[in-house]
Design a protein around this ligand. Sequence first.
Ligand SMILES: *[C@@H]1O[C@H](CO)[C@@H](O)[C@H](O)[C@H]1NC(C)=O
Length: 426
Amino acid sequence: MALHCCNKIWVFIIVIFLIIVENVSAATFGCSTGQTDDFRNVALSVHRQYRQLLAQGKAPNKCGQLPEAKNYYEINWDCALETDAKAWSDACNYAYKSGATQALTMGSASSPADAIKKLMIKMANTPITNGADPDTYNNANNDWNRVINYKVLAVGCASKLCSGMYFTVCHYDKPAFSNEKLYEKGTNCVTDSDCTTLLESTCKDGLCIAPPKPDETINTVCSSNPSMNDYARDQLVKWHNYYRALVIKGNEPAAGGRKAPKGKNMYKIKYSCAIETNAQNYANTCPYPTHSLSTARPGWGENMAWISTGTIGESMAKSVQLYYSELLSPGMADLVTNIVTYPADKGAGHYTQVVWGNTYEIGCGGKKCPDGYWHLVCQYNVAGNWNNTAVYQVASTGPGGCATDADCTTQAADTCSTSDGLCNRV
Ligand SMILES: *[C@@H]1O[C@H](CO)[C@@H](O)[C@H](O)[C@H]1NC(C)=O
């Protein structure tokens, strides 16, 4: 009897929420909408509580529980999202705001804090009523899809008494798309290295904790380009080196159940403002998907991406992840010699440029174009993707990567970055 089982779970959920809500800490939020920190504490706690239950595979589904989540992040409060939510709730118009990622409810409650609890109980009941699967967006689950979406890192809510009913509005920092997974099924994180969506994440109680929100207004490294910022540059360098250091260890999953081979003499990527200027000039023409002429970037390679959401820094980080994912799909033809041949390896061309062993410098630019997308351009010195050439040198012995300067033999002066096994080009 499905109904009986679901009723019992529903009661269980409410009990859980009440326990947590009574134990909220006295966090201060520093927001200035006129709402209370007590309200914020309750609103954040009910979100965290439900998302934690879900991540652990304990949130109720139509029958049974929703599957456990892998690489699932804790949610934080955001004053700017609260400000948007407050403006919307104050209007007392129970409708969705175009372009915003919202959860809404209108109903009787004893206080704003009580109203937000009711919103989350309504959310928790959605999959019980309709059934849910993290692989498939279900329109019937409406707001719930947005509340639990794995990409969401921040929330801000508001509740307004409108003719005797509380209109409660939450805004989320990332939209959920109907053609994407809501979250990845799998085991909760155990160590920090299980949290791979954002660099420098940590794992706590099975949830991934994001690093502090970056300040994307700082632009000192290549300050003459106002379209980029230091966070975006830092992410580009770190994601490239993260993948380069991983791939040479020989454990990276590749298409066909294979692994990319262990490597050596892999350069550590540095950032170049001169390359950035060139890449930015090209990005400013909104060129996606057409590559620049090779004469416009002599000796440099190029990767391009087209991304609709996020800041420039978030989009740049995402682009490197997308490039690298080609190792798994469609994959490279020969992972024993690691030699690329075209046209067979055309589909992995972004991946092969990201981990091209001799490449040691990048510079990137991006523009939000009239089509609503970021047109992102990264250029690489030296260019990779030479036909009949190894992507990086295969290591036949050892763990992969350098341990001492003597292991870095491309140029006599090269040194070993022992923390990651990559070689510094001096
Ligand atoms: C790459 O090299 C292979 C093998 O020599 C050759 O068959 C192919 O035509 C070359 N591809 C391109 C695009 O030059």
